[in-house]
Design a binder for this molecule. Sequence first.
Ligand SMILES: [Ca+2]
Ligand SMILES: [Ca+2]
Length: 510
Amino acid sequence: MLTSLHTIRIWFLIFSVMVASTASADLPNGSQSKRPNILFIIVDDQSPQDLRVYNPASELQTPQLDRLAAEGMVLDGAYHMGSWSGAVCTPSRHMVMSGRSVWHLPNRRGKRAQSNGVRPENVPESLEEFTMAAVFNRAGYDTMRTCKQGNSYDAANEQFTVRHDKTKRGGTAETGSAWHAEQVLNYLNEREANADQDPFLIYFGFSHPHDTRDGTPELLAKYGATNHDDPKSFPPASDDAPALPVNYLPEHPFHHGHPGLRDEENVSGVWKRRDEITIRNELGREFACSENIDHQIKRVLDRLDAMGELDNTYIFYTADHGMAIGRHGLQGKQNLYEHTWRVPLIAKGPGIPAGQRAQGNVYLMDVLATLCDFADITPPETNEGVSFRDVLEGKASTVREVLYGVYCGGTKPGMRSVRKGDWKLIKYDVLESTVRETQLFNLRENPHEFLIEHHSPRVKALTGIEPTADQVDLADDPRYADRLAELESLLHDEMKRLDDPYRLWDQDAE
Ligand SMILES: [Ca+2]
Ligand SMILES: [Ca+2]
């Protein structure tokens, strides 16, 4: 068995080299347009709702992202599929690197046998050889990466030819986001010094705005925030702090199902507090870190422009998943509301029309196939993602109809969601079946997923938001019984299709 796999791998490598040399033989000297570069930007823990591109009322200023959106395409339906671990970053980053769905991933150590419910037979051997950098290396690209360390796909990360990974969550240039930009700038300078003409794939990852959200003093002041580290006191209240999120709640109406979860209980600056002052301060810290990232992106884009490479570079901007920070009374990334299940996704490059948006219905696992498509590379056979190039070029509005989400990092089976069109179902089966909840939302009518709790006078007084009567969870509304049944059935189908090893209390065991 080992020998035959080894042989297959050697043949695959020989074949790849043949394809690569045929491709370059096809290029008449100097007459062929250069292959495009790729700059893939990924931030750690950012809700699309933080960005003006998605939420015009947001107080966060990101002129570079606004510009990227004005020159490119914004996707409204980009999702991360979910997690079998409290460390939601981990499967998310595996999906980006491998193009595989959530129940078909190795664990962080690259092991196929694991304790999280993934069946080993659903994980290809030596998958790292078919991940982003390995694929682009074989196609003749130069690959470079900077990102945080930890809760990631180590074996895939190691495939990048040049790699400068460190976790940088401080409030200075050396300890914060500027460090990641420096690595990219150094790399670009070196390429220029060596007159390197190969196309590049740069994976430009940040460690922020993930906590601890220690912003720079200037940006903290701008957003009325303090790097607060005393769980026994409030941070100073400031009028400059961002307003509470529109779907803020002082507590979630039922337990999220992951007792002791760090992100809900022990993040420095928030802990278990959900009061207005604490949440606004923490959002201010998040915004300070996110605006700094925007500054750092500008430095790299300006450099590419000066090198004459900007117009031949596809730029993607996304996050590994969204984030709650007070929305629905939650703090972390371990839920399936839109603020957390969704990710921002903006793309710009040759052939992508300017200033457009599309629904997309894409997952982060589709990124690999899409980058391959733009670079004219055949995606690896292990890839399960779908290229959304047609969406980015304005030729299609979506790549799929139904979206599936999972959070299975706490008590089992956990949370599941499914979306089709305007309709979305979320189910919770946690804490030894003591919490069994079903929510149904019409996202066109109720995009912020308001619950009945958002209608309480106390909450309305805090947020200044007055939801309409229909802006509630509709699961118990008899008018939508058929819709509920349809989504329940779709969820079950998706769970079977994607090899979800669990079933919920009201689902058939099949
Ligand atoms: Ca993350
Ligand atoms: Ca080179």
